[in-house]
Design a protein around this ligand. Structure first.
Ligand code: BGC
Length: 790
């Protein structure tokens, strides 16, 4: 097919029809031109294809569950991500899916974000590189990707209605950076705009990020699609740079957009661009996605394991607790050993054909062990039942090493909600269990299973901690291999583990500012904050132990070439992640203490030395100068640092750069950005150029299509409507009253009710036209004011 030729034969109406989906997962084709309809579906850690109604998020065809992004990023292993991407593409080919909706590369602004498990890192370079490897691999097989959620989508609270308010330097250098890296290195076939607004302009039609930056500056030539139900006014979205609105909804906007066309509000040029990008996407993916070819399930499970092995992070290992020896007496405590947690809840939910548990894997390896459940995953709220299980477990402790397998249970981490209420806390049953175990012994190896940071205030009392994050369907066998030293751990943290949630710079406001979410801390997120403000942390960004030791020597910098020798000085083979940071020592403006610019993972046999080489690029030295509205290099000193973590710099050297001599440092004197006392204020934010906005409550009479079903509960009609919606959602998805509290069900319900009236129409598959949504809003307003319908 030839997209350009076909475009020239279409009417405006036919072109516009291409810019809206056909159904929940399919794009419109063009029958008269034999353009087929292709399927796009989730992502991002394996193929999630609905087996029945798309409303039932749990009912999906069996596919491999690879480690989630928060886990795989700890591999710092581009090759691992490549293999995983290729395998995912093969599953798409078998299932005739043209585009897999992933990877997600949003920054982790706060460890409580419910979707952090789906995102790679708090660092844009690591996140961008991981995303690019995966995208290149998937697309090398002719299958498309969707880099998401573009952009500044960093919380689930008010996810469909909130505005992320931030200054331009922070937006560019931090929140857009991973997307920039991935776009430039891999040209994802599609990019998914996020639900949120950016400085109160919907991301789905945000000209600054979609046109000016993404297309004009970065040279993006693919198709921009909305998140599901995340469209706003369609012609405005297209004018802002959007190409495709998803999911299909029987052309909700067609009439409206045609009218706008007649009125000159949208031009042929814009419509052609959008329609061409959709046609071109079909053109690029149709061959691969229409040649149903079976794949090797076992081979994919092995790849999943390889990635997990490369990603698990050894956080502590005193008294040579690990690796275990086959004849060590061990007691495994924790039901995760039987029912591992290997993925998060929501649209990334997978149904792998096979899941390896630790118990099965120990059995398969012929390792003897004692086991106690310790807690009941299906009954986490029952304090009495869990206390009994904890007591039974503790009663089994004799002289064994205890492998204590704990973490977050399913209900803690899900798309659609953040951990605002529980913060870092582990489930109470796990907290009590740890206390009881430690009262009896501290011969304990803690194994963690969670997609994000949890409270480790017990860390000083245990000699060993191994973090598996959410390691995919092979978690148990990978864990077994690491515990017994079959494989040497080599993962390093892709995010900082603070000592306490209160240490997080935005902890006082995160999830609490309704709809107007103000990023007062600017660039000072994650290690950019902790390392600059000298805040002690539990485990720093980039940190991870090994069963061997490494030595760094001979840092050489010549022009833009950097090299360093790394030697495995221990007795076993192992891999090391060598990290290159740059500290901007100029006084041009405020800078984080140092920033990651490159990294490499090298495998070294015991005793072996390898020279690791990096190339310094201009971008590595640039910062976004707000006055000049451009990236510049400031004249002055830059320290090139080679480290084993962001807080373990082994070698460093200062180099000089010529460049811009302007400075705005003076204005920051005495502000939070130089004292780091307390939390950043509105006045601090103002120095960055951010005018903090507070949400004005919407009252009956002022509701619009942009309000959610939750918002309108303030009116009598709204309250009744909310109830009806709850019943309708449960009926449509088969959720029973007694099961409303399970993670998947809660997510389905919250997502459905946290949706705006406009979004509801968009997600209704055509059942709710916009005029009907408008009438409902009118009822909520008591018809005292007409709902705004553009
Ligand atoms: C999620 C996306 C996902 C889409 C389709 C949305 O709710 O935010 O990440 O790809 O649904 O399932």
């Amino acid at each position: 097919m030839n997209a350009k030729e076909i475009l020239s034969k279409l009417t405006v109406k036919e072109k516009l029809m291409l810019t809206s989906g056909k159904d929940f997962w399919h794009l419109n084709g063009v029958e008269k031109e034999n353009v087929p309809s292709i399927m796009v579906t989730d992502g991002p850690h394996g193929l999630r294809k609905a087996a029945g109604s798309e409303m039932n998020v749990g009912n999906v065809v069996p596919t491999e569950a690879f480690p989630t992004a928060s886990c795989s990023a700890c591999s710092w292993d581009r090759e691992a991500l490549k293999k995983m991407g290729e395998a995912m593409a093969e599953e798409c080919i078998q299932e005739e899916v043209a585009v897999i909706l992933g990877p997600g590369t949003n920054m982790k602004r706060d460890p409580l974000c419910g979707r952090n498990f789906e995102y790679f890192s708090e660092d844009p370079v690591l996140a961008g590189e991981m995303a690019a490897s995966m995208i290149n691999a998937i697309q090398s097989k002719g299958i498309g990707t969707s880099l998401k959620h573009y952009a500044a989508n960093n919380q689930e609270t008010y996810r469909m209605t909130g505005s992320s308010n931030l200054d331009i330097r922070t937006l560019r250098e931090y929140y857009l950076k991973p997307f920039e890296i991935a776009v430039k290195k891999s040209q994802p076939y599609t990019i998914m705009s996020s639900y949120n607004k950016i400085n109160n302009v919907p991301a789905s039609g945000n000209k600054l990020v979609l046109k000016d930056i993404l297309r004009d500056e970065w040279g993006y030539n693919g198709c921009v699609i909305t998140d599901w139900g995340g469209a706003h006014v369609h012609y405005e979205d297209i004018n802002g740079g959007l190409d495709l609105e998803m999911p299909g909804n029987k052309q909700l906007y067609l009439k409206h957009t045609l009218k706008a066309y007649k009125e000159g509000k949208i031009t042929d040029e814009e419509i052609d661009r959008a329609a061409y990008n959709v046609l071109h996407l079909i053109e690029k993916t149709i061959d691969a996605s229409s040649k149903k070819t079976p794949y090797d399930k076992d081979a994919h499970h092995k790849i999943s394991k390889e990635v997990a092995l490369s990603s698990m992070v050894l956080l502590k290992n005193e008294k040579n607790m690990l690796p275990l020896k086959k004849d060590d007496k061990i007691l495994v405590i924790g039901e995760f050993a039987e029912k591992p947690r290997y993925q998060g809840a929501g649209s990334s939910f997978l149904n792998p054909p096979k899941v390896d548990s630790l118990k099965e894997s120990l059995d398969a390896a012929g390792i003897a062990y004692d086991y106690a459940k310790g807690y009941d995953l299906s009954n986490m709220k029952d304090a009495e039942a869990n206390a009994k299980l904890a007591d039974e477990a503790v009663a089994q402790i004799k002289d064994q090493k205890v492998v204590l397998y704990i973490g977050l249970s399913d209900e803690y981490e899900s798309e659609g909600s953040d951990r605002i209420v529980t913060k870092f806390a582990l489930p109470e049953a796990h907290q009590k269990l740890i206390e009881k175990v430690l009262a009896k012994t501290n011969n304990v190896i803690v194994v963690l299973s969670a997609g994000s940071v949890v409270d480790l205030s017990f860390a000083d009392k245990v000699p060993a901690i191994l973090d598996t994050y959410l390691a995919g369907a092979s978690v148990g066998s990978a864990l077994c291999d690491i515990l017994y030293g079959v494989v040497n751990p080599s993962g390093k943290l892709a995010e900082t583990w603070p000592l306490s949630y209160d240490d997080v710079p935005c902890s006082e406001t995160y999830g609490k500012e309704k709809n107007q979410v103000n990023y007062r801390e600017g660039l000072f997120v994650g290690y950019r904050y902790y390392n600059t403000a000298n805040v002690p942390v539990r485990f720093p960004f980039g940190f991870g132990l090994s069963y061997t030791t490494f030595e760094y020597a001979n840092l050489k910098i010549s022009g833009n070439k950097v090299s360093v020798d790394v030697t495995n000085t221990g007795k076993v083979d192992g891999a090391e992640v060598v990290q290159l940071y740059i500290a901007n020592k100029t006084k041009a403006t405020i800078f984080p203490a140092a920033e990651l610019k490159n990294f490499d993972k090298v495998f070294l046999k015991a005793g072996e030395t390898k020279t690791v080489k990096f190339e310094l690029k201009d971008e590595d030295f640039q910062y976004f100068n707000v006055e000049k509205n451009a990236y510049v290099i400031a004249k002055g000193d830059y320290e090139i640092q080679i480290g084993a973590s962001s807080r373990d710099i082994k070698l460093k050297e200062i180099i000089k750069k010529e460049g811009d001599t302007s400075s705005d440092l003076d204005k920051f004197k005495g502000s939070w950005f130089t004292t780091f006392k307390g939390k950043p204020t509105d006045a601090d934010a103002k120095l960055l150029g951010l005018d903090v906005i507070y949400e004005q409550p919407t009252r009956k009479g002022d509701y619009t299509l942009e309000n959610t079903v939750q918002d309108v509960k303030g009116s009598g009609f709204g309250k009744v409507f909310h109830k009806i919606m709850l019943i309708a959602v449960c009926a449509a998805t088969g959720i029973k009253k007694s099961e409303m509290d399970t993670p998947q069900n809660k997510m389905t319900i919250e997502a459905a009710l946290g949706i705006s009236f406009r979004g509801m129409a968009a997600m209704s598959g055509g059942a709710m036209p916009l005029w009907l949504a408008g009438i409902l809003v009118g009822f909520c307003n008591g018809f005292s004011r007409k709902s705004k319908k553009k």
